[in-house]
Design a protein around this ligand. Structure first.
Ligand SMILES: Nc1ncnc2c1ncn2[C@@H]1O[C@H](COP(=O)(O)OP(=O)(O)O)[C@@H](O)[C@H]1O
Ligand SMILES: [Mg+2]
Length: 264
């Protein structure tokens, strides 16, 4: 890689370029070891944006996880490109939720590597990881929990705020509209049906315009009609926002709907 040959030691880099290059290589500037082979500064500047854009949104290598006193779970290597879909199927107990929690940074990596947009989650501090998740990843849980003191739309604006530091009610309402629950915008979340809660969970996951939406069994509690609707909404809204979509599920109804499937 071009950046590996960069001369960081000689002070020929502007600070931003150095910082971006270190970020790309997951190193703190103090630890950056690259030396020698100086290229014109413009070469690095030209390279950096495309290097960042060309990273798959999700990539795992040799990922394993052990709960205390349990056999180690080994996961197949995953790759998901930006804006693409990946369905991870598997029976109950095969490790789907564990995998989703590892790739979203809810569980710390013990062994192997998880990269989101090129960033190695295992090398981040807990605080940095939480911040990164808020701005890059939208999570949809099987049993979504909302802030019950807030209305449906304010659960979405809260997620916008947590992810981006700003909230935009008009955008939140537009998202609810796209998901067919605009009329519930001002209702407390306790008044929503199961299918409506799942759609609100999708709206919340997309609120901060993440690069990847990750969903854990988003349809398994739903009847055929709602399962079909929710999977289509997930795919359509993720595409609209340019987000990749990673679903883990044991719901065989979904397998036929997604081309890129990995089975645990
Ligand atoms: N918090 C936990 N502590 C101990 N074992 C766990 C924990 N969570 C999951 N496991 C075990 O890890 C395995 C995989 O679980 P999980 O990732 O939830 O699978 P799936 O989502 O495919 O049903 C199971 O054997 C489960 O019992
Ligand atoms: Mg599970």
């Amino acid at each position: 890689m071009l950046l590996l040959s960069a001369d960081f030691g000689g002070g020929c880099f502007e600070r931003e370029t150095h910082r971006a290059a270190c970020l790309l290589q997951k190193l703190t500037p103090e630890k950056c070891p690259f030396k020698g082979f100086g290229l014109p500064l413009t070469a690095y500047h030209a390279y950096l944006p495309s290097a960042l854009e060309n990273q798959p949104i999700l990539q795992t290598k040799n990922l394993r996880y052990s709960y205390p006193n349990q056999a180690e779970i080994r996961f197949p290597d995953l790759v998901c490109d930006r804006g693409a879909h990946l369905l991870i199927a598997g029976n109950s107990g095969s490790g789907k939720t564990t995998l989703l929690h590892l790739i979203s940074g809810l569980l710390r990596v013990q062994s192997g590597e998880v990269r989101i947009a090129g960033t190695d989650l295992g090398k981040m501090s807990q605080g940095a990881l939480d911040k990164f998740r808020g701005s890059h990843i939208g999570l949809v849980f099987q049993q979504p929990r909302f802030i019950t003191a807030l209305t449906a739309v304010d659960n979405v604006t809260a997620a916008q705020y947590f992810g981006t530091g700003k909230s935009n009610k008009a955008e939140a309402v537009a998202l609810l509209e796209a998901l067919g629950i605009a009329e519930k915008a001002c209702k407390p979340t306790g008044q929503l049906s199961g299918g409506e809660r799942q759609r609100l969970a999708i709206a919340r996951a997309l609120a901060a315009k993440p690069a990847v939406v990750m969903a854990d069994e988003p349809t398994s509690a739903l009847d055929d009609e709602n399962a079909d609707l929710v999977s289509k909404l997930l795919a359509r809204q993720s595409a609209e926002y340019g987000a990749a979509l990673v679903i883990v599920t044991h719901d065989n109804r979904l397998k036929a709907k997604f081309k890129n499937t990995v089975t645990l």
